[in-house]
Design a protein around this ligand. Sequence first.
Ligand code: HEC
Length: 134
Amino acid sequence: MLTDVLSRLRCQWCLVVLMLLVVEASPAFGAESQGMASGRSHYDAKCASCHGASGKGDGWRARLSWLKLPDFSDSASMQARTDDYLFRLTKQGGKSGMPSFGLELTDLEIKDLVVHIRSFAKAPEPPKPVGTAR
Ligand code: HEC
């Protein structure tokens, strides 16, 4: 009797795990909701030591070294960078100290990081007049 209940419980448990795996593995789900969360946790774990918690380039490794870091919260300079450039630089590394992350992060994870980096410099968008040609 007891073993019966136990084995049924275990079976349900397996189903839950299976469902989670399916949901996790489904590309649509990952692409949509992983987004900011994974970008942020990867940033905090792998980038903040140099780039700083708020992207200003004031992480402890930057302060203890000669590295010159960009300021991700400077919206003017960030607007001059394309997503493609930020992606490539993160994947392949830079010329003066930026390590390459192409081996430890997937393309999707790097894209999430680019979104996260951009979030440091949310420039106040000028209000767009409705219905007028630009
Ligand atoms: C060891 C310190 C260090 C770490 C860790 C680091 N970076 Fe960098 N990063 C730099 C330096 C130094 C530069 C500027 C010089 C260069 O291009 O090499 C830079 C530049 C960049 C740039 C180019 C910005 C611009 O405006 O040109 C991006 C994007 C970037 N890093 C993203 C990241 C991401 C994402 C991570 C974490 C996955 C990360 N970095 C981790 C040191 C670091």
